[in-house]
Design a protein around this ligand. Structure first.
Ligand code: NAD
Length: 266
């Protein structure tokens, strides 16, 4: 039985992951952490996640919790995930990271940690979104420069980073497929005199209520619009994807993988 550590177990994703571990064969909840100073420290991990007592206390030290687990899943904050990754690098245990909003420097540090341990890092662990990534790459290549690309993402009002990690990834895929430099052509919202230039990739953010996650990729041509749309209806889609990644990574050599690797979409 694979024991999974859930980092940030009191969070929206942490609780959902703990719940989904409970009905997935071959895995069990082996530990949970929360931020130092949180009221959840020393409470029972199962009670914090709302799935019944497990007899294991929430701690704030991922290194300590990893001693009793085979793999960690971390959906927290960039700073917290860097702490988890550095702790895991010491123990050699693999980590699945779903957190978004890493800075360029943090991404470089993650690449270095990937030289020491196996990691799955993905801004969106849902299977549908990973299929969308593949479809967007194909569509951009076929439609080419004649179609204007606009990406619109919507999330709940509590989301910290914008645009979403998924929208960032989609814009990178479109730019790569069309041979464009995203730094030059990425346009994030518009106001005032803002006529579209031909190679722009527009990225737009909506934040409202409890929207779990929506991504629309519009290819606008003369005489037709072509759209690819994904809506997450429950956080379970991300949670189940992350558990699948945790099972997949157990026997992999050190390195950085993404959900395309996990799902065999490469
Ligand atoms: P949330 O705020 O509900 O939960 C984050 C949890 O992490 C909180 O309970 C917080 O106390 C805890 N935390 C903070 N610092 C910590 C530390 N040092 N150690 C342990 N725990 C710590 O947020 P959420 O909605 O669950 O999202 C978390 C992250 O996951 C965000 O970056 C979000 O964008 C990302 N996300 C990714 C996917 C995906 O598929 N990759 C899907 C949904 C959300």
């Amino acid at each position: 039985m694979t024991k999974i550590l859930v980092v940030g177990i009191a969070g929206r994703m942490g609780k959902t992951i703990a719940e989904c571990i409970g009905d997935t064969e071959g895995v069990e909840l082996g530990g949970g952490t929360e931020r130092a100073g949180s009221d959840f420290i020393n409470q029972d991990i199962g009670e914090v996640a709302g799935i019944g007592k497990k007899g294991i206390a929430v701690v704030d030290d991922p290194a300590l919790a990893l001693e009793h687990c085979d793999v960690a899943i971390d959906f927290t904050t960039p700073a917290s995930s860097m702490f988890t990754l550095n702790s895991a690098a010491e123990s050699g245990k693999p980590v699945v990271v779903g957190t978004t909003g890493f800075s360029p420097d943090q991404k470089k540090e993650i690449a270095n940690i990937g030289k020491k341990i196996p990691l799955v890092v993905a801004p969106n662990m849902s299977i549908g979104v990973n299929v969308l990534f593949k479809l967007v790459a194909d569509a951009a290549r076929v439609l080419g420069d004649d179609y204007d690309v606009e990406i619109v993402e919507a999330h709940h009002k509590f989301k910290k980073d914008a645009p979403s990690g998924t929208a960032v990834r989609i814009s990178e895929i479109v730019a790569d497929s069309l041979g464009r430099d995203l730094e030059q052509v990425g346009v994030y919202g518009r106001k005032g005199l803002a006529e579209r230039t031909p190679k722009e990739i527009g990225v737009h953010t909506v934040r409202a209520g409890d929207i779990i996650g929506e991504h629309r990729v519009l290819f606008g041509g003369m005489g037709e619009n072509f759209e690819i749309f994904h809506r997450a209806q429950s956080r379970q889609t991300f949670a189940r994807g992350s558990i699948r990644a945790a099972q997949w990574i157990l026997d992999k050599p050190k390195g950085i993988y993404d959900m395309q690797d996990v799902l065999g979409l490469k």
